[in-house]
Design a protein around this ligand. Structure first.
Ligand SMILES: [Zn+2]
Length: 170
């Protein structure tokens, strides 16, 4: 009998605990501190806002160099490698990628959405204006070109992409 009581009370307790924990779950994310964001890797480091197109904000962590993006009401996401990796990957075997900027830019325009092209340009500009790492290291051990040539390539691609599409600020 004593054993049964113990089992019953344990069952009751666990049932009550599960109800309590369910009640404690937050029903919505608080949208506080829109103006301040902390690095996902360095939680004590406040991110710096970068020049961003409308509808999204890009951030740079001054401590680790990672870049992040955030749309209003959505979570912060790391956006650094995806965009630039795609751009440098297409010239992975080129020793003078800056000579291929026009052809590559035309290729990117053939399949990327306008939104993604704008994102790519903003990511390139952010890296050119505020160097955070060696572009060569985006694809470790893979690039044939020098860091300087790769940066020239990225800069030309951004110029071509932004010159060919109507500026949203115009
Ligand atoms: Zn960081």
């Amino acid at each position: 009998m004593g054993l049964g009581d113990a089992a019953n009370s344990r069952k009751k307790r666990s049932a009550r605990d599960s109800v309590n924990s369910r009640d404690l779950q937050p029903h919505k994310d608080s949208g506080k501190s829109q103006h301040m964001a902390s690095c996902l890797r360095c939680p004590s480091t406040e991110l710096e806002a970068l020049p961003s197109p409308e509808g999204i904000t890009y951030y740079l962590c001054p401590a680790c160099g990672r870049q992040f993006a955030q749309k209003p009401g959505e979570a912060l996401t790391e956006r650094w490698l995806g965009a630039l990796r795609e751009i440098v990957y297409s010239v992975i075997f080129s020793e003078h990628p800056q000579d291929e900027a026009a052809r590559e830019a035309a290729w990117f325009k053939s399949y990327m959405t306008r939104e993604h092209l704008a994102f790519v340009v903003s990511q390139i500009r952010a890296e050119i204006d505020h160097p955070t790492q060696n572009v060569r290291e985006i694809l470790p051990g893979g690039m044939c070109a020098s860091e300087q040539d790769l940066r020239e390539y990225l800069s030309r691609v951004a110029d071509i992409l932004s010159a060919d599409s109507p500026s949203p600020s115009a």
